[in-house]
Design a protein around this ligand. Sequence first.
Ligand code: G6P
Length: 614
Amino acid sequence: MCGIDGYAGKRKAAAILAQGLIDLAYRGYDSAGIATIEGPRIEIFKREGNNSPEELYKRVSGLTLAGTVGIGHNRWATHGAPSVRNAHPHLSQGKRVAVVHNGIIDNFKALRAELEHEENASFRSDTDSEVLAYLIERELNFGALSLEDAVHTALAHVEGAYAIGVICTDYPDQIVAARNSSDLIIGVGEGELFLTSDEAALPTEANLKAAMKDGDIVTLFQNGQFHIRGHSEEDKKRRLEKVCIMPGQSRLGNHAHFMLKEILEQPEALRNALRGRIDLAHETVRLGCFTPEVTRQFRTCDRVVIIGCGTSYYSGLAGKLYIERFARVPVDVALASEYHYSDPIFTGREVVLSISQSGTTADTLNAMRLAQKHGVLCLGITNRVGSTLAREDDGGVYLHAGPEKAVASTKAFTSQVAVLALIAMKIAQIHGQRIDHALLRGLDALPSQLELVLRHQEQIKALAARYKKAARFVCFGRGYAMPLALEGALKLTEIPYFDAHGYAGGELKHGPLALIERGVPAIAIVPKGPHQEKMISNVREVVARKGEVIALVTEGDQALNGIATEVIELPEAPEEFISILAVPVFQLLSYYLGLERECNVDRPRNLAKSVTVE
Ligand code: G6P
């Protein structure tokens, strides 16, 4: 939520900052802005709207801005409407200081009221962030000996989560950055430095990086040197690591959109998630995080709690089915935002699995921290190496799905569900249960089978053209297909903005059937397996009420021919893996419906990928 960048070096900063904001746009895009030091002044450029980073880039590329030190920001509105006025960077009252801020200052109202009342301060925006610019300039006026000192003292007044970047006309060769709970990374190139919320947005010129830690205040100098307040040169060197994101991985390449790119990358992403983790010969699963201590905790635990948000929550629902059925250990799945405030019961015999693609979702992190405070072992499942979740968990499993940039999660879901199946099998092993060889083989075969599913693109594109004006969508499935019905409906909501609902097949008669009328498309997930007969009855119930059913069936199965309006055939696989196998159908349908309805598929309205506020 919100992306920050910064540049200090010899090159002109404006275009570098704007390009960085394009690469960070998935974190928020309702407005974008940059500030550079131009001689004795700070110049600020801002744009508002979904394409603000690109528009900003166009604008500054046509200007002759000479400044080589600057900061930038993509916003996802929290305090104050999305507008140029509320866009960052924010200037201080005396225009000496500009600030970009990601996070929320919890006590800003009180601070602002106090400053307005006691110091006659006036603010131009509705944001919490502008208060920071004021406070930093005030410290400079009070005689702070450096920009770093001013930032340090100003932050002492502030409660909440933040990552900030600050420039000041008194110190034209510096950016001061500070972190508390929001990611911030310094990229090191030849005689130049970059600041970014996400390593994936670092330009190719940065070959080393240093992740900032909570409490860090770092000064980045124009000559390419940086200094971490209170830390020695040796400490700093120890922090430096190689940048490990391949630049091409996070660029669009020949694809029309990141969403389509990431949907199509799923077979490869899944291969990477499974690589080296399935041992077919010995019928076992290998996961590095199962150290002797973790294994002991799983042996003695009597409950697993899975927490996550959005798509990660739905993959958690699939994880519950796996762990309960394979290992016979009870599982609770909780929305992280609810769990944190639900006064959960801790018995000392549970293990928590926290799932987050980005590893930065505030709700999930806070829920995990709560469990850790009660001494609970928390394993993380994340896609982002070195993310906050990965740093704070007590061990975990990486997805290795590669960068996911489209706001709606796609390839992370398939990898999360697969990793949860592996974890469930591992827990089953620990509890002395045999892993079914057919299941293990089925999991191993999924990447190739996904390639076959993705061949349905044209059929799905035609469906999108047919249903682009539908009143709503209803998605339903039973058993292992139930989490998928929910995730499928979420995709149809996020991207083409449909009123879409996901249900367990058996629930249709308890309410959702009221949504069915002539022409309403209902997507039924009906693979071969124990639920098939009941699902066919549900399909008939929908058709009897004049709904149109799009049925996802096992290849060659003709049971719904002549009943469903459209049948999409999926390769034969253990029904346990239907969520992985069939999810691309929902993703592609949402993508093409989004295009039909002229939606911004990579940057849906009002959403952001990395939600770092509660
Ligand atoms: C945001 C995204 C969703 C995502 C959710 C959880 O709301 O728009 O696509 O599922 O966050 O994200 P996480 O990174 O924690 O999996």
